[in-house]
Design a protein around this ligand. Structure first.
Ligand code: 3UK
Length: 507
């Protein structure tokens, strides 16, 4: 029997994570702390049921997609859980994308409603025809004037709940479809068995709610036990983060390696930071280099629990544990997940040998939306191919050994080299180029572009090419280094040999 089968067939995740606390007499507990404002579970439950009613009044039916392009805020949380409460499907979107990216995603998921912050994107300019556009003010206005639904829509535990868009190898968006039971499984596994989240916890995540990582960190893990979520709408610069931590005293703190490195640099430069309220620091998104782990421990006295998760598996499935961290490793399987490392024939490899990482657990996506062949390529019964190379040591710790595709994790976010190359090649002076990962001074991967010019006489500067990419793609994708070369290493058939460039980047 699957773990999810212990749930009743009728199960609505919004009822579990929001409404249940009111039903159990805990409605006065604080659910959200955001921008100096507090919202209790009773208030959130009321707003969620009002928003669900407003969706129905707007003609949004069960299963239809409601896209959310808002900063982390009360409106974000109301829109997300309200969509689920109505039996609709929430589609949180990355707030750093360009208009063309939004257009592609909204068309792919066939959104009926998009709630867009006009400072992030002009909703009307990117919504497909027949899709209504609201901003956060309109959402809150609707919530204020709509009579709440009496209850949460009766959904099946295996019904579609939310899509999270991830990036494919050529940069095309892939909608990862999650079910109502998936966040409940993550709460039963990583939330309960690893973090041991408690009602008096306060969770703060640098990774925003539109990432699978942030969504668990600062919504459904704390909300599983009636704890508080600290939501910050702004850009999480080190100083802004230190200020939020000082103001709201989180007990659970979630970051990505790049953010820990930046905070350490700010501390080295004399910035005041007080992490004494925090009982657990977590890192995910890419490997946490051991020196960052050590320096953070020296500075704050806290260990950082590095764990690997994926959008497809919903949250973390391999992790270090309190008091047993092995810096540089991804730790051991989270209770509730099984992992295998296999060779090319699919046979389990010995300890210390590198192979492909497969994972089995009950929070794995149902499918990639509109991508049947991609779905079949990664799902194998109850197992999923992660695309990661791993090795297990004799003590059972797992060590990340790279990707089986060319995808880069930059600041914990996917970057497709192919997409950056296409953007650079659109520059009139560029003949061809190749983008590979290169380690910065903290041991973290950033994009490095090798560019062949059409003519040496017409040589753009490095910053001109960087700006050119930033204008066309989400800004975190730009190449941090640009090297002009005479030619690219290629195979006899003309395929670029990226491993040569990667080796060159390391030298
Ligand atoms: C890489 C890591 C080494 C790895 C995520 C926590 O990152 C998350 O999801 P994504 O879909 O990316 C998944 C891929 O990222 N990765 C993530 N964490 C680590 N590599 N060490 C790590 N600690 O390639 C993986 O396949 O963006 C992280 C929770 C939920 C998530 N979605």
């Amino acid at each position: 029997m699957r773990a999810a089968d212990t749930l009743p067939a009728q199960f609505n995740a919004a009822q579990w994570f929001v409404g249940r606390h009111v039903a159990q007499g805990n409605g006065e507990r604080v659910a959200l702390v955001s921008n100096g404002e507090k919202l209790t579970y009773a208030q959130l439950d009321d707003e969620v049921r009002r928003f669900a009613a407003a969706l129905e009044a707007q003609g949004i039916h069960r299963g239809e997609r409601v896209a959310i392009t808002l900063p982390d805020s009360r409106a974000w949380s109301v829109a997300f859980w309200g969509a689920l409460a109505a039996g609709a499907v929430a589609v949180p979107l990355n707030t750093l994308l360009k208009a063309d990216d939004y257009r592609a995603i909204l068309a792919d998921c066939d959104a009926r409603l998009v709630i867009a912050d006009p400072t992030i994107v002009d909703g009307a300019a990117v919504a497909p025809s027949g899709c209504t556009v609201w901003d956060a003010a309109h959402l809150l206005e609707q919530v204020g004037r709509t009579t709440p639904r009496a209850d949460y829509q009766q959904t099946h535990r295996d019904a579609f709940a939310f899509f999270l868009y991830s990036s494919g190898t050529t940069g095309e968006p892939k909608g990862v479809v999650h079910l109502h039971h998936d966040p409940w499984i993550c709460a039963r596994t990583y939330g309960e068995r690893v973090l041991d989240v408690r009602p008096d916890d306060r969770a703060f995540s640098i990774a925003k709610l539109f990432f699978a990582y942030g969504l668990g960190n600062a919504q459904y893990f704390p909300m599983d036990v009636g704890a508080a979520c600290i939501l910050f709408a702004g850009r999480p610069t080190p100083l802004a983060v230190f200020e939020q931590v000082a103001l709201y005293r989180p007990t659970l703190f979630f970051g990505v390696p790049t953010a820990y490195a930046q905070m350490l640099a700010a501390m080295d430069a004399g910035a005041e930071a007080d992490f004494s309220s925090v009982r657990a620091c977590v890192s995910a998104g890419e490997s946490l280099p051991a020196p960052i782990f050590e320096r953070w421990k020296e500075r704050t006295g806290l260990e950082i629990l590095d764990g690997i998760g994926s959008t497809e598996i919903c949250h973390i499935f391999l992790t270090n544990e309190f008091g047993a961290c092995r810096a540089g490793s991804s730790g051991k399987p989270v209770p509730g997940y099984r992992v295998r490392i296999v060779d090319e024939e699919g046979h389990d490899v010995e300890d210390e040998a590198t192979g492909d990482l497969l994972v089995e657990g009950d929070s794995t996506m149902a499918l990639y939306w509109n991508k049947h062949e991609r779905t079949k390529a990664v799902l194998d019964g109850s197992w999923i191919r992660t695309g990661d190379k791993y090795r297990r040591d004799a003590d059972g710790y797992y060590w990340h050994a790279g990707r089986s595709d060319d995808m880069l994790k930059v600041g914990g976010i996917w970057v497709s080299p192919v997409e950056v190359e296409a953007a650079l090649t659109a520059h009139e002076a560029v003949l061809e180029c190749a983008v590979v990962g290169h380690e910065d001074q903290d041991g973290l991967i950033k994009p490095h572009a090798y560019v062949v010019l059409k003519s040496p006489k017409q040589a753009p500067t490095e910053s001109e090419l960087q700006l050119f990419v930033k204008e066309r793609l989400a800004p975190y994708k730009y190449p941090r280094w640009v090297t002009i070369v005479d030619g690219l290493p290629k195979t006899a058939t003309g395929k670029i040999q990226r491993f040569h460039l990667r080796a060159r980047s390391r030298a």
